[in-house]
Design a protein around this ligand. Sequence first.
Ligand SMILES: Cc1cc2nc3c(=O)[nH]c(=O)nc-3n(C[C@H](O)[C@H](O)[C@H](O)COP(=O)(O)OP(=O)(O)OC[C@H]3O[C@@H](n4cnc5c(N)ncnc54)[C@H](O)[C@@H]3O)c2cc1C
Length: 381
Amino acid sequence: MGAQDEADIVIVGGGFFGCCLALFLRSVVARVVVIEAAPDIMSRASRVNQARVHTGYHYPRNMLTAVKSMVLHKRFMRDFPEAIITDLCSLYAVAHRNSKVSEQRFFRMFHEIGADITPASPGDQALFDPNQVAGVYECSEYAFDYAILQRQLMSRMDALGMDLRLNTTVQNVSEESQTCVVTLSDGREIRAGTVFNVTYAHVNQVLCEDAFMSVPLKHEIAEIVLVEPPEELTGKAVTLMDGPFFSMLPYPARDLYSLTHVRYTPHLNWRETPGTPPPYDILKNYDGDSKAPLMIADAKRYMPCLAGLKVKDTLFDVKTVLVKNERDDGRPILFHRAQGDSRVISVLGGKIDNIYDLFELVRTTDPCWAEADARHVIGSP
Ligand SMILES: Cc1cc2nc3c(=O)[nH]c(=O)nc-3n(C[C@H](O)[C@H](O)[C@H](O)COP(=O)(O)OP(=O)(O)OC[C@H]3O[C@@H](n4cnc5c(N)ncnc54)[C@H](O)[C@@H]3O)c2cc1C
């Protein structure tokens, strides 16, 4: 057996969710340890994403997720104002063909729930081919800068002297009577009262075999293309709804735009079962070519100004969703215990602002955490 440490809470995974959860729990718990496999926090899904602050419009097929986004994003924007680009004209367009929502239904749904939606200006409508697009609306949606969030969370953990172990992989988590035993790649073990497994795509990989989550997960290798936007799109974001279409949004951390496409961004997808190789191993061995040319060829049919898009980089990572939300496109948070009284809790956050759902669930899970608050998360004294 290797050297042993003790902690009240171990958080496996230093992404946005793991770091925020550590800071949240630190308001009521003294010994919180965060274990992150990568050399830096927030280097996987929390970096490789579209950077969209969801305000609801992306979910016309899931009213619950749409309404929750309308509420939660306000808190996210209040708590992390420096990381949000608000000066953005967000255009949502509805395609004539192959859309799962009609132009009228899209407008009516968001208008009726009180969202900020108006027909786009004639100049903005003219950016789209009217033969392909039935309607264009101006909506309030924003983009976040993951690098600012990363710096803020890192300095808040530093200020508290949080035990953050980078370049360290959790190989196994098991339970012995009232104690969780966390086995690390450096040969050490940590014995902890509770373990939060916040490893996103690897959420099943760190649990011992009997604790494999019974919740079916779907993974995909996702490609995000970083491009220089054409002048016409400066200060704008574009999303074509609701089917095999594209989005282009600012990706502030690189001062570029992200281009994604519902048909071409997912390269491979699979459902996880016990014995499937770890998702990051599948990604490491994947050598598919970029689908940027296919994305641009399709996008320019709807917006001719995208014909000359300059590709600057491509980002690949694994995207993980609950199988049950494949059809309805919902993005609820998963908060899962292996057995009813288990002290190992697995968390999967479908989108960044779901962090507030996690805080609520944590508060009601253990009376010792009922008074936890977000002061360290937001960096208030
Ligand atoms: C392609 C894509 C596009 C997206 N677009 C958006 C969007 O526009 N807006 C939005 O709100 N959300 C979006 N999301 C979802 C959002 O990115 C995630 O909900 C969020 O980043 C999840 O944060 P996390 O901390 O749970 O995961 P991560 O950031 O992936 O963190 C998990 C961490 O666990 C670590 N880890 C894994 N295994 C181990 C181990 N055994 N030991 C130690 N550490 C380990 C990993 O290295 C990683 O750093 C998108 C996701 C993807 C992939």
